[in-house]
Structure formats: structure tokens, C-alpha cells
Design a protein around this ligand. Structure first.
Ligand code: ADP
Ligand code: MG
Length: 283
């Protein structure tokens, strides 16, 4: 597969253009009084077009909540704002503007691979025949040729993830949100899927925001890695991953990779300790 270089704007130019997505002081509280959980507090974030940004942080720090807000499924609290292409978004306006793969793969067991893949298009009103043709043409690229009429229970975990990813790609939006898409896979399959995703990404030029709890995965994939703090979640740091692309699986053995990993491990370790202390205080 041939790698096509992306158009990478110099940071100075990129920072002047309105970012594809901008979050300003985004907060989210759940519940009332004593039962109140402050999930997110003061999240500030800018994502440029065609960037691949990975987001890592301790469990429960609000990563999935953040994605639900960016997808337009959950309104942020009044304190903050969410801008898309420089335009502030009000309640419900973001719905349908981004493609979103939630943390669980959500394939319907009674629908075939093809019917699962076209679900978002059908909901959008694309005629079934047209949607099926588009999905069929994409099957080989997603390693699913010959599986159009299979049901989810007949597939391996990696294949199910690819069906869910294909559904997300078919719903063509400039911004893709992927919430731990490879979380349930063994290490080897996971590494293959990561490089396969990088290949696809380089050909489709989408902007990707990707949640993971795996530091290696965050570095291998990302142009930048954002580390989130323990709850209340906020973006604690952004690290530019200057490793050249295309990235080979052996990139994890290079001194540059190991330096980045050491730095990120220290940041995440600090947040994990806080999460542990929070949980300890509750029990
Ligand atoms: P992460 O994806 O980082 O593991 P989540 O975004 O799923 O974290 O959750 C962040 C916090 O918000 C958790 O404490 C969780 O229990 C709480 N939370 C998430 N959704 C809701 C909800 N709908 N109602 C109440 N609390 C919620
Ligand atoms: Mg989550």
C-alpha cells in the first residue's frame, strides 16, 4: 500500500487558521448536591484540520463524556463553548457533524456486516441501494471482502472492530471521534489494526480524535498526545509527536519513541496516583 503524504501546515500558519474544533473552558457536572460528580472542568482544546490527536488519561476522567459533547449527544454546561470551524455551536447543532465510534462497538447481532455498516447512512436518509453499493466498495479496504452477509457472531473481535470503523468512515464527516476502538483486542491484532488505521487515515485525510489508555498506541498514532488529568478531567498537557511518518511497527524500539514514552509515563503516573487516592478516599 502506498503512503500518500498529508498536507501538513507549518504550526505558525496552522495556528492562525480557525481550528476545525475548538473547546473553550468546557465543563460537565452530573447530578446534584452530594451526589454531584464534576466530570470535566475547564477543558481547552484546539484541533487542526487533518491532525491525528490522541487523548489519554486515567479511567473515569471524563474522556467518553468529552466525546459525547463533541458529537452533540450531550450539552456542555453553560460555562464553556464549543466551536466548529470557528463557529460557536449551540445545543444540538453538532449532531451529525462528526462521525463517532462509541466505546462499545454497538453492532446489531441481527444485522449482517453490510447492514451494520450502512446503519448511519440509512438513518441519514441515503437510499438503501446506494448506501449498500458504497459499503460494498469499501469492504476490501477494511479486510472484510467476502463477509458482507456474515453476522457479527461469525466474526473475530478484530473484524467486528473493523465493521464498526467502516461504519464510522462511511458516515463521511471531516472529524472522526474514536473512543478506544482497539480496547478489546490482543496486543498483536491491536498493533496490526493501528498500522492499518494509519494507512487508511493517510488516504482519506480525516481529522481524528482518538481515545486510548495505551501509551504506545497514543504515540504510534498521534501527531499530538493530550494527557488528561484525574477527575475533574482537564487537558493537562499536549506533547507533539515528531516521529517521522509513515511509522513502522518497529518505531516503538527507537530512542525517539522511548524518550516520548518516558515523558508521557511520568505525566500519566502522576494522574493515576491521584485517581487512586480519590478512590481510596471514597471507600
Ligand atoms: P472515561 O471515559 O474517562 O473513563 P467517563 O466520561 O465515562 O470517563 O466518565 C467520567 C465521570 O462521569 C465518571 O465518574 C462517570 O461515573 C461520570 N458519568 C459519566 N456519564 C454520566 C451520567 N450520564 N450520569 C452521571 N455520571 C456520569
Ligand atoms: Mg470511556
Amino acid at each position: 500500500m502506498k503512503f500518500m503524504p498529508r498536507e501538513v501546515l507549518p504550526p505558525a500558519v496552522r495556528d492562525q487558521a480557525p481550528p476545525m474544533l475548538e473547546l473553550v473552558n468546557v465543563c460537565k457536572r452530573f447530578g446534584q448536591a452530594q451526589a454531584r460528580t464534576v466530570a470535566l472542568s475547564g477543558v481547552n482544546l484546539r484541533i487542526a484540520k487533518s491532525e491525528f490527536v490522541t487523548l489519554i488519561g486515567p479511567s473515569g476522567c471524563g474522556k467518553s463524556t468529552l466525546f459525547q459533547m463533541i458529537a452533540g449527544l450531550l450539552p456542555p454546561d453553560d460555562d464553556g463553548s464549543l466551536l466548529f470551524g470557528g463557529v460557536p455551536q449551540r445545543d444540538g447543532q453538532l449532531l451529525g457533524k462528526v462521525s463517532f465510534m462509541p466505546q462499545r462497538d454497538l453492532l446489531f447481532p441481527w444485522r449482517t456486516v453490510l447492514d451494520n455498516a450502512i446503519l448511519a447512512l440509512e438513518v441519514e436518509g441515503v437510499p438503501r441501494k446506494q448506501a449498500s453499493e458504497r459499503a460494498r466498495a469499501m469492504l476490501p479496504e477494511f479486510g472484510l471482502a467476502g463477509f458482507a452477509n456474515h453476522y457479527p457472531h461469525q466474526l473475530s473481535g478484530g473484524m467486528r472492530q473493523r465493521v464498526a470503523l467502516m461504519r464510522t468512515f462511511l458516515f463521511e464527516r471531516d472529524l472522526m471521534l474514536l473512543d478506544e476502538p482497539f480496547g478489546a483486542l490482543d496486543a498483536l491484532t491491536r498493533s496490526r489494526m493501528q498500522h492499518w488505521l494509519l494507512d487508511i487515515w493517510a488516504r482519506h485525510w480525516r481529522t481524528v480524535l482518538f481515545i486510548t489508555h495505551d501509551i504506545d498506541e497514543a504515540i504510534v498514532l498521534g501527531d499530538r498526545v493530550l494527557v488528561m488529568s484525574a477527575r475533574p478531567g482537564t487537558v493537562k498537557s499536549a506533547t507533539v509527536i515528531d516521529l517521522p511518518r509513515p511509522r513502522d511497527p518497529s518505531v516503538v524500539l527507537t530512542p525517539g519513541f522511548i524518550r516520548l514514552k518516558q515523558h508521557l509515563l511520568a505525566e500519566i503516573e502522576e494522574e493515576s496516583r491521584k485517581t487512586f487516592a480519590q478512590e481510596g478516599a471514597v471507600s
